[in-house]
Write a protein that binds this ligand. Structure first.
Ligand code: GDP
Length: 138
């Protein structure tokens, strides 16, 4: 069993489809072992996506991530990081496979409904930014 970190992005909360996304996550065999709704500050969004700060879309990304609340989650399962990336599909919804979260729900490459960690190491770092161990109940 391993863990990954997930964010249901503002386009999901705005459209009231977080339950629909969770249904896809659970159907894939991932378990939501922690979950809460938060409204990212600009500083939180800039920190979370700091790796992209030189990219031309950084300003737009920070704006999109702070436009409405998000749902931060810890997901548990076998090979959770890779499994969840598969469930999410490609970053650009136009390239996402059928049945994936982004194919089903994403509006655009920026408003692409959900985030999933890209490595076990980053999953641990991202989880620790939002959850204490006591809040994760497997
Ligand atoms: P991910 O790991 O699949 O989320 O993709 P990346 O780490 O490459 O990018 C992080 C996030 O930045 C993506 O999920 C998108 O929300 C956003 N993003 C990436 N490329 C673009 C782009 O060209 N335009 C905009 N607006 N956002 C982008």
């Amino acid at each position: 069993m391993s863990r990954t970190f997930s964010i249901l992005k503002p386009d999901a909360t705005r459209r009231n489809i977080t339950g629909a996304v969770n249904a896809v996550i659970e159907a894939a065999g991932l378990r939501i072992v922690a979950q809460k709704r938060v409204h990212f500050t600009k500083a939180q969004a800039e920190r979370f996506y700091g790796v992209h700060k030189e990219r031309p879309f950084f300003g737009e990304l920070v704006e999109q991530m702070t436009a409405a609340p998000v749902v931060v989650q810890v997901l548990e399962g076998e090979n959770a990081v890779a499994k969840y990336r598969e469930v999410l599909g490609a970053t650009n919804p136009e390239q996402a496979a059928e049945g994936t979260v982004r194919k089903l729900f994403a509006l655009s490459i920026g408003e692409n409904t959900a985030h999933g960690s890209d490595s076990d190491e980053n999953a641990a770092i991202e989880i620790a930014q939002f959850f204490s161990e006591a809040e994760i109940v497997g």
